[in-house]
Design a protein around this ligand. Structure first.
Ligand SMILES: NC(=O)c1ccc[n+]([C@@H]2O[C@H](COP(=O)([O-])OP(=O)(O)OC[C@H]3O[C@@H](n4cnc5c(N)ncnc54)[C@H](OP(=O)(O)O)[C@@H]3O)[C@@H](O)[C@H]2O)c1
Length: 306
């Protein structure tokens, strides 16, 4: 039995394993992909991530059939007009062969479509019971606030962004914002798209190896553990090799300590200098804007209930 770690998705009460299954670049006809996803589910991982853009929702649907899996998919930015969102969702439901999508995410922001129109469609999907929760991906804090303000009833429960020991922009302000507002931060490309294993990063790898040797863990496990040690973070590594899937889920079985996290922090420090004062101010500003958006929703709910 593998030791698992669970995190609440936003404020939904839904408990997701801190490690999920990414599927980008796994082809739609891949038996190997189906087996890798099933290996993850059979060993306790409870959620899978896909997107209409990955063109592999049929494969994901087959893989999860018969399992109690939480399915997250995404609508592409070129379908953000009202009718586009509705029909994309309908097509995803049909490809996945499910009655309901658990988490439906806006894949990237699209400034050419008014966010009010897109979010109205997302709320309509919840109302119809086609999706359970609304998430975004690649959204900045101001973009999240805009999207939240555009909704009347629902909450944004997650934001999926690139986050790995090499790419840590999420730590600038998004991470603390998500923690404060109880929004899940889903780390994509958490193994730097495989870059973590390239020879040119020997020096960085040796730091991870040293930490791993204390726990009997690999560099992938240490790199993933660093991410999920942050409260709002879950990570969705992609692996078509079953052995990788199992290795990755074992990153939930231990916890690096503060000094080790600090050491990992020095990886890529040159590109990720912290400007604490500046970001703290931006963060405070955004937090009050978010609070105002949430208050409006509360008031609307109360009015409806009254
Ligand atoms: N929202 C977005 O815009 C967005 C963008 C990019 C990705 N994503 C999501 O995030 C998921 C993960 O990101 P990603 O696919 O870009 O990259 P990733 O998970 O950082 O890296 C995947 C690569 O790492 C390898 N790997 C996995 N586990 C390993 C291990 N334990 N040891 C050695 N190598 C290992 C995989 O090899 P094998 O496959 O050969 O096992 C694959 O080549 C995607 O699949 C997708 O679901 C979302």
């Amino acid at each position: 039995m593998h030791k698992l770690m669970y995190k609440e998705l936003g404020r939904t009460g839904e408990k997701l394993t801190a490690i999920g299954l990414g599927t980008w670049k796994i082809p739609d006809n891949s038996m190997e992909g189906i087996e890798a996803i099933r290996a993850g589910l059979e060993n306790g991982i409870n959620h899978v991530d896909t997107a209409e853009m990955y063109a592999n929702e049929r494969m994901v649907g087959k893989a999860v059939s018969g399992y109690d899996a939480f399915i997250a998919t995404k609508v592409s930015p070129n379908h953000f007009h009202y009718d586009g969102v509705i029909s994309s969702c309908k097509e995803s439901l049909s490809r996945l062969k499910v009655k309901q999508i658990d988490l439906y995410q806006l894949h990237w922001p699209n400034k050419r479509v008014p966010i009010e129109e897109t979010m109205r469609a997302m709320e309509e999907l919840v109302k119809r019971g086609w999706i359970r929760y609304i998430g975004v991906s690649n959204f900045s804090v101001p973009e999240m606030i805009e999207a939240q303000e555009a909704m009347k009833r629902e909450e944004i429960v997650s934001n999926q962004v690139e986050y790995s020991v090499f790419v840590r922009d999420a730590e600038d302000e998004l991470l603390s914002f998500c923690e404060k507002e109880h929004i899940t931060l889903t780390a994509y490309s958490p193994l730097a798209r495989g870059g973590l294993f390239e020879d040119k990063y020997k020096e960085e790898r040796s730091k991870l190896e040293n930490i791993g040797s204390k726990y009997g863990k690999t560099i992938a496990q240490v790199a993933l553990n660093y991410l999920i040690c942050h409260k709002p973070v879950i990570a969705i590594p992609k692996a078509i090799e079953k052995a990788h899937v199992i290795e990755n889920l074992d990153s939930m079985s231990f916890a690096i300590n503060g000094a080790e996290a600090e050491l990992i922090n020095s990886i890529g420090a040159a590109t990720h200098r912290k400007l604490a004062g500046r970001f703290a101010n931006i963060f405070l500003k955004h937090t009050s804007a978010w609070a105002a958006a949430m208050q409006k929703i509360e008031e609307r709910r109360r009015e409806k209930g009254a």
